[in-house]
Design a protein around this ligand. Structure first.
Ligand SMILES: [Zn+2]
Ligand SMILES: [Zn+2]
Length: 187
């Protein structure tokens, strides 16, 4: 039995072999038992960076095909000025002062204690291209498949972003946010 990482590499290799390869890799992923499928999807998401493309319509989660394409760095190449930068640094939270260590396997893009972020990235996660620097306030919480997704709203410029919750995020803070914002469930 090979490791999740090896299987991800295998899938990506196949997905990289043209349209037919992508289709085969996607159906291979789709046909896996739920727990395995979820573990592989998670690894694919982590591989590609902090933010993910929006799921289409009420699909709930990205299709396997789209997920693979995105992990290959081919998702909407025209729209993206570049690939996400895998940035994961320790920081002192500007909102609550917490000392926040790097996120590890999952990039840290907000404070796990108060869920605030900082508006430093432009269109591409990790690009540090935004000149704003405003506080990204947590303004919403929803469930997407098995994942919690936070909505961030910049207190300075009003930009609205969605980021995945981090495993270290404080459950009490998430509960408070959920109570304040009301659950909006994408499937
Ligand atoms: Zn904080
Ligand atoms: Zn801003």
């Amino acid at each position: 039995m090979s490791s999740v990482q090896e299987r991800v590499e295998e899938l990506l290799k196949q997905a990289g072999e043209g349209r037919a390869g992508l289709k085969r890799a996607a159906s291979r992923l789709d046909l896996l038992p739920e727990a395995e499928r979820r573990a592989l999807r998670e690894a694919l998401l982590d591989r590609a960076g902090a933010a993910e493309p929006e799921a289409e319509g009420d699909e709930g989660e990205l299709s396997s095909k789209r997920l693979l394409r995105w992990a290959l760095g081919r998702e909407d190449e025209a729209r993206r000025p570049g690939n996400p930068t895998h940035r994961d640094e320790a920081f002192a939270c500007a909102a609550c002062g917490a000392h926040v260590p790097p996120g590890g396997a999952r990039v840290r893009d907000h404070c796990p204690a108060c869920l605030h972020g900082l508006h430093v990235d432009g269109e591409v996660p990790g690009d540090r291209a935004a000149g704003c620097g405003g506080a990204l306030r947590p303004t919403g919480l929803e469930r997407r498949g098995e994942e919690l997704v936070l909505t961030h709203t910049c207190a300075l410029c009003g930009v609205v972003r969605r980021v995945r919750a981090h495993p270290d995020d404080d459950p009490a803070a998430l509960r408070a946010l959920s109570a304040a914002s009301g659950w909006r469930t994408i499937r």
